[in-house]
Design a protein around this ligand. Sequence first.
Ligand code: FES
Length: 152
Amino acid sequence: MTRTLTLTVNRQSHRIAVAPETNLLHVLRNDLALNGPKYGCGLGECGACTVLVDGLAARACVLPVAAVIGHEVTTLEGLATPDGLDPVQTAFIEKQAAQCGYCLNGMIMSVRALLNRDPHPSKESIRAALEHNLCRCGTHVEILEAAYRAAG
Ligand code: FES
């Protein structure tokens, strides 16, 4: 049954008429036109749909929208500020980490989530944080180099 829910996404409040069990990815892409989070597997396994919920990584494709009421959701579109791109975005650009680029948004969000909880992670921590973000092009080396740069 459809209900009107209030969500906070990218620092803005939105009122949306939606069934509470609808997955967050669907709402972000189809109701809010935020296409940063990508649809990959739809099973919580590839990481393409990764967003931040209160600064932590979450798989939007398997998260009911009702679960984020009262929490702050951030998509790739919300990372940049008026001062410029997030340093993680800058590092991924500088390292030219993309091939097809489909996985990149989720990769960037996973690295941002890691840096939110550990500003100076080890290489092992970075690899662990990205372990479940899949890249079918096989550019993991460039992606890791970008993540190392973002971590300073
Ligand atoms: Fe959500 Fe693959 S689309 S984890």
